[in-house]
Design a binder for this molecule. Structure first.
Ligand code: SF4
Ligand code: SF4
Ligand code: FES
Length: 350
């Protein structure tokens, strides 16, 4: 989902209303913005509803923008059955109406409310307060892997720039009766990847790009390996993206640590079911000596490879990739010509 379509709250959290980021003055930077620092301890001996009504919770929320900021404590009554996003909304409503947080569905399906809770990448709307330590402040900070826009809102446009370079689903010709057929067992393999909600928590946690901005020009990240696996494993798709995956998407830089898999709220086995099978596929095109000889002897076209793809990522990611970052080396191939698995230009049928 494009960021501009998502709901960005910087005012009272009325569901269904969208407030443009930046319309409120950012006053929450630094510790000075903390209006209620210091948690009131839980009431010893209280039980049930009484305990819930008398307990308090301290949320340690990062406030600031791209020029800097810090953690600010907000202490408020603990209520039963809340998720972290509920408490953030109460802070907005009662104490800090300019606190910016992106959300939309509050049901774990839009992927908007990604943040870090006590240092772990999570969805704010799917993290129960009762699942967090009750006797210490709960830290809520923006995803560290992306530039901060304000408070809990980050600029994830890098992901959309990469997404636009992914060669689209390309089915082969229809059968004689005008239909396309596929078997359920073939469909099931790629079905898992379609559960992705584009929360980008996997992108946020991947160490290849989390601490290395310069790698964003040559490494797509786990969300896009899941997308590419979905396309490559689709029974009707005929495009060969192996060279693109290897050289433009940089799958070789992944060292299968599985951090992305651990944080995926949809439980997608990104490493085992997407990345490792893709790595096995690209080995054929890069290192198979028979294929290499065939290409040399018969001049067969390489699968997708294009410096144009890298250029597009760089130019469209704009603010995400600083000018000082060296662009990836131009790759051989030159033109972005989709090919089928026989090495011929692939046409698309609707
Ligand atoms: S398994 Fe690969 S893509 Fe996933 S977090 Fe580790 S390095 Fe990144
Ligand atoms: S693969 Fe999982 S963690 Fe990554 S963007 Fe999709 S849903 Fe989020
Ligand atoms: S608000 Fe949609 S996933 Fe959290």
């Amino acid at each position: 989902m494009e960021r501009s379509e998502q709901q960005v709250d910087a005012a009272a959290p009325a569901p269904g209303t969208a407030t443009a980021l930046g319309t409120s003055e950012a006053t929450g930077t630094g510790a000075a913005a903390g209006t209620m620092a210091g948690a009131v301890p839980a009431v010893a001996g209280a039980t049930g509803d009484d305990a819930a009504s008398e307990r308090t919770v301290t949320m340690r929320v990062w406030r600031g923008d791209d020029e800097g900021g810090g953690l600010v404590d907000y202490t408020l009554p603990a209520l039963e059955g809340e998720v972290v996003l509920d408490v953030i909304h109460r802070i907005q409503a009662e104490t800090a109406p300019d606190l910016a947080v992106r959300w939309n569905c509050k049901a774990g399906k839009c992927g908007s409310c990604s943040a870090e809770i006590n240092g772990r990448p999570r969805l704010l709307c799917m993290t129960r307060m009762s699942a967090l330590p009750q006797d210490e402040p709960i830290t809520v900070s923006p995803m560290r892997g992306f530039p901060v826009m304000r408070d809990l809102v980050t600029d994830v446009s890098y992901n959309f720039a990469v997404a636009r370079t992914v060669p689209a689903f390309t089915p082969g010709p229809r059968e004689a009766d005008g239909t396309r057929r596929m078997f359920q067992k073939d469909v099931e393999r790629s079905q898992e990847f379609r559960k992705c909600i584009e929360c980008f928590l996997c992108q946020n946690v991947c160490h290849v790009i989390r601490d290395h901005e310069e790698n964003k020009t040559r490494f797509a990240g786990p969300r896009f390996f899941a997308r590419l696996a979905e396309l490559e494993m689709h029974p009707l798709d005929v495009l060969d993206r192996r060279r693109y995956i290897s050289e433009q998407m940089g799958i070789g830089m992944c060292n299968i640590t599985k951090c992305c898999t651990e944080v995926c709220p949809e439980g997608i086995h990104i490493t085992d079911n997407a990345i490792i099978p893709l790595k096995e596929r690209v080995v054929d095109v890069r290192y198979d000596p028979v294929l290499w000889l065939g290409r040399k002897l018969f001049g067969r076209r390489e699968p997708l490879a294009s410096s144009a793809v890298a250029s597009k990522v760089r130019s469209e990611s704009g603010a995400v990739v600083p000018d000082s970052v060296s662009p990836a080396e131009p790759l051989s191939g030159g033109t972005f010509v989709p090919q089928n698995r026989s090495g011929e230009p692939a046409g698309r049928e609707d």
